[in-house]
Design a protein around this ligand. Structure first.
Ligand code: NAP
Length: 326
């Protein structure tokens, strides 16, 4: 089978090589899938250069999450051959390949009529937004929801899930095209964080009420602005640090303004609280079948074009999710 491999960690442009290698054999708790579609994430760039939290030994195939059809299972796995699933990859045999190993405990099954490009996005992208907004953030209809990086993968899912929950959604993004996109998928107000005074606009839009729930995959300065605009008993969801700076929440500010800071580490739920993952999956599928959410495929890329896809991510030239179609 064909697979991208890293023999020496470094920038993906130098480190990735497309090779012909034997299909990997699943060990305990693992399944092998025929890859149909997988998301291409910024974290894969970090995996290639060795700065991601997981550091598999070389050689390895990147591609942190993927979807496809089960074709072999290891000991202790109750998935059926032929199941359509999405899951986290079992490194070193990641998803940038024709066949990949996945972790059975993190697998979620999908009905066969759902296209794999949607399957892969309805998995961790929507799961992260859903668990954040509902399980952690307790978002209620009529509340003000601020989605930072609204045109990102998880941000676009959060906008749609927020609208479906009856929230009033404000999104930030960094270009006119991204702002248009956020509006099209349901944000009632958009703010260009490169050109506008975000704090002032938030005060104007909410007429002084402030933001009830902040969905924050960005960090850095935008976090500081958003936390200052939190409403009474607001919730700030810490989802990621796309800006590269990890923010601080001074405890005196949390106390005086009576708000809550909530961490969201979705993949940990697959081990610690599978019931929450399953409940989110049922709700996500139901919203999808009723047309209330629509996964945004920025573009599909063939296996041979993985480096170009990573380059588009690095240049912030992506709206929604890039999907690898093997
Ligand atoms: N906690 C969890 O379980 C979980 C799960 C999935 C993802 N995440 C995290 O959530 C964040 C977003 O993930 P994603 O895959 O949805 O992101 P993505 O689609 O790659 O989009 C990232 C967005 O972040 C914004 N951004 C701000 N500063 C940036 C910078 N210095 N470099 C690049 N982008 C920057 C950009 O929006 P503008 O151009 O509009 O500014 C960009 O569109 C990441 O940090 C990821 O690790 C966390």
């Amino acid at each position: 089978m064909k697979a991208w491999r890293i023999h020496e960690k470094g920038h993906y442009t130098q480190a990735l090589a497309l090779e012909d290698i034997p299909a990997p054999e699943p060990g305990p708790g693992e399944a092998r899938i025929r890859v149909h579609a997988g998301t291409v994430n910024f974290a894969d760039i970090l995996l290639c250069n060795g700065s991601y939290q997981d550091r598999p030994p070389v050689p390895f195939t990147p591609g942190l999450e993927t979807s496809g059809i089960v074709e072999a299972v290891g000991p202790g796995v109750d998935l059926e051959l032929g199941d359509h699933i999405a899951s986290m990859s079992a490194l070193p045999a990641g998803g940038f390949a024709e066949q990949a190993l996945v972790r059975a405990h993190a697998a979620v099954s999908f009905p066969r009529h759902v296209p794999f490009a949607d399957v892969t996005i309805l998995y961790s992208t929507y799961q992260t937004a859903h668990v954040a907004l509902h399980h952690r953030g307790r978002l209620r209809a009529g509340e003000w929801l601020l989605v930072l990086a609204g045109a990102s993968g998880v941000g676009s899912a959060a906008i749609q899930l927020g609208v479906a929950a009856g929230a009033r959604v404000i999104a930030t993004a960094g270009s006119p095209a991204k702002l248009d996109f956020c509006r099209k998928i349901g944000a009632s107000h958009v703010i260009d964080h490169r050109r506008e005074d975000v704090g002032q606009r938030l005060a104007e839009i909410t007429e002084g009420h402030g933001i009830d729930v902040v969905f924050d995959p960005v960090g850095g300065q935008l976090t500081n602005i958003a936390r200052r605009r939190l409403a009474w008993e607001g919730r700030h969801l810490v989802v990621g640090f796309a800006a590269g700076q990890i923010p601080d929440f001074p405890a005196n500010h949390v106390l005086v303004k009576n708000y809550t800071v909530l961490g969201v580490h979705w993949s940990a739920y697959t081990r610690h609280d599978r019931a929450t993952v399953d409940a989110a999956h049922r709700h996500i599928l139901d919203l999808y079948e009723r047309g209330q959410i629509r996964p945004v495929v920025a573009r599909t890329v063939a296996l041979g074009a993985v480096p170009q896809a990573l380059s588009a991510l690095e240049n912030r030239d992506v709206i929604g999710r890039l999907v690898l179609v093997a």
